[in-house]
Ligand binder design. Structure first.
Ligand SMILES: N[C@@H](CCC(=O)N[C@@H](CS)C(=O)NCC(=O)O)C(=O)O
Length: 392
C-alpha cells in the first residue's frame, strides 16, 4: 500500500537529510530507545522500498539524457520524410476515437487525422503515412532514435519530458485531465471512496506520479496495478482485478466502449486530478520540423476560427481573401519555401481532415460514439482554450 509521507521521506533523502529522527531523549529508558530505533529502522527500510521507483525513474531519465543526444543521426526530419515519401507517425496501439485500426487495417481517429494533416502539408498526400503503434513505455525512445518522425499518442506536455528527454511539443492538440473509471456496481460516488482501492494504471505514463501525489495529499492509501499495455490494463479492470482504472479522461471514455457487456455498467467520476495537455511530439534537435508541425496544428485551429470548412474550402480559395488559404502569390511561395513544403499546404491540410472542430466532432465529439463534450477544447472565442497565433 502507498501511504502519505513517502514524499517527505523522498525529499529528505534527495536533499541529503536522513528521515530518521535525532536522539530519542535522555528520559527514555535504554530499552525504549532501542525499540524506537528498531521501529525507525523499519520505517526507513520501508520508505527506501517506496522511494525505489522514484529513484529508478530519476536514474533512467539521467541515463536517457546522456545517451540519446549521442545516438541520434544527423539530417533534418523533413529531408528524411521527403526522401522516404512517407511520414512515420507513432500512435497508440488502439484507442477508439484517437487511433484505431478497422477490420481492413485502415487507421482512424483524431490523432491519426493529425498525422494525415502533416503528411498532406509535407508530401501533398494524407495517405502517405506509416502508422507505428507504440506502447507508452516505448514512445520516447522511438522518437529519439528516429524510428518515427512524429509522435501522436496521448502524450502530455511536461517540463521533464522537454528538458530531459530532449523532445519538443509544438502545441496542444487536446486538453485533458486524469480521471477515474469505476464499475457502477462498486457504488463509488467520489474519489474519497477509493481510499484503500487497487487501481489499474498504465506503465510509462504521467498517471502514477499524479496518483501518488493526489492520494498522498489526501492521506488515502491505494495499491497500483501497473500494466504495460492499454488493452491489458483495460482487460484487468473489466475482469475486476482493480476497483478503478485511472487514465486521461477522454481515453477512459474511449475504453468504456470496450466494456465486455454494456458501457453503462461503468462510470467516469467527475473529478480530475491533473492537467494533461496532450499534443504532437517531435525530436528536439530540429527546430524547423517543430515549426512546421506547430503550424499544421495552428492552421486547423485558425480555420475553425475563420469559419473555413472542408465544404466551403474551394469557395474560400476562389475568393482569394482568406490568409489561411490564399492562392499562390510571391508571399505565399516565400513562406512555403521557408517552411520547406509545397505551396497551398494549408488548403491541402484542410481538404484532408477539415478544421479543428470538424476533426474533433467526427472522431471524438457529437458525430462519434464517444460524444465527448468539447469543454476546454472549444476555441478561445467560445470559452475554450484553443488559441492560435495569426498568420501575419
Ligand atoms: N497522457 C499520459 C498518458 C498517456 C498514455 O499512454 N495513455 C494510455 C492510456 S489510455 C494510452 O494511450 N495507451 C495507448 C496504448 O497503449 O496504445 C502521458 O503522456 O503519460
Amino acid at each position: 500500500m502507498q501511504r502519505r509521507g513517502t514524499g517527505q521521506v523522498r525529499d529528505a533523502l534527495l536533499n541529503g537529510n536522513s528521515p530518521l529522527p535525532r536522539g530519542s531523549g535522555e528520559s527514555l529508558s535504554l530499552l525504549s530507545t532501542i525499540s524506537s530505533r528498531i521501529h525507525n529502522f523499519f520505517i526507513f527500510v520501508r520508505s527506501l522500498i517506496q522511494i525505489d521507483r522514484t529513484v529508478l525513474r530519476i536514474a533512467v531519465l539521467a541515463l536517457m539524457l546522456v545517451v540519446f543526444p549521442r545516438i541520434v543521426a544527423a539530417g533534418t526530419v523533413l529531408e528524411g520524410v521527403k526522401a522516404r515519401g512517407q511520414l512515420r507517425c507513432g500512435v497508440s496501439e488502439g484507442i477508439p476515437g484517437f487511433s484505431e485500426r478497422d477490420a481492413d487495417g485502415r487507421w482512424h481517429g483524431f490523432e491519426v487525422d493529425f498525422c494525415r494533416a502533416v503528411a498532406a502539408a509535407v508530401l501533398g498526400d494524407p495517405e502517405k503515412v506509416q502508422f507505428v503503434p507504440l506502447r507508452a513505455s516505448t514512445r520516447f525512445p522511438a522518437l529519439q532514435v528516429r524510428r518515427i518522425d512524429l509522435l501522436l499518442r496521448n502524450t502530455t506536455w511536461t517540463l521533464t519530458r522537454e528538458a530531459v528527454l530532449k523532445v519538443q511539443f509544438p502545441g496542444i492538440l487536446f486538453y485533458d485531465g486524469q480521471g477515474f473509471m469505476v464499475p457502477v456496481a462498486a457504488n463509488v460516488g467520489t474519489l474519497a471512496d477509493l481510499d484503500g482501492a487497487t487501481i489499474c494504471i498504465e506503465k510509462g505514463t504521467t498517471h502514477l506520479r499524479n496518483l501518488e501525489e493526489y492520494f498522498g495529499a489526501n492521506d488515502w492509501s491505494y495499491e497500483p496495478l501497473v500494466i504495460d499495455s492499454v488493452s491489458e490494463a483495460a482487460q484487468a479492470f473489466f475482469s475486476g482485478r482493480c476497483r478503478a482504472y485511472t487514465s486521461d479522461a477522454a481515453k477512459l471514455a474511449a475504453m468504456r466502449q470496450r466494456a465486455p457487456k454494456d458501457a453503462r455498467d461503468f462510470v467516469i467520476l467527475p473529478e480530475r486530478i491533473s492537467k494533461e495537455p496532450l499534443g504532437p511530439v517531435v525530436w528536439g534537435g530540429d527546430p524547423e520540423w517543430t515549426t512546421l508541425v506547430r503550424w499544421v496544428l495552428n492552421i486547423l485551429i485558425l480555420a475553425e476560427e475563420h469559419g473555413v470548412t472542408r465544404d466551403n474550402l474551394d469557395a474560400v480559395i476562389a475568393e482569394n481573401r482568406n490568409p489561411l488559404v490564399r492562392r499562390s502569390s510571391d508571399e505565399q511561395e516565400m513562406i512555403a519555401r521557408a517552411l520547406g513544403v509545397p505551396v497551398l499546404w494549408g488548403a491541402r491540410v484542410l481538404r484532408a481532415v477539415g478544421n479543428y472542430g470538424e476533426m474533433y466532432e467526427r472522431n471524438v465529439g457529437r458525430d462519434s460514439p464517444l460524444d465527448i463534450e468539447r469543454g476546454l477544447n472549444r476555441l478561445w472565442t467560445q470559452g475554450g482554450l484553443h488559441y492560435a497565433p495569426p498568420i501575419d
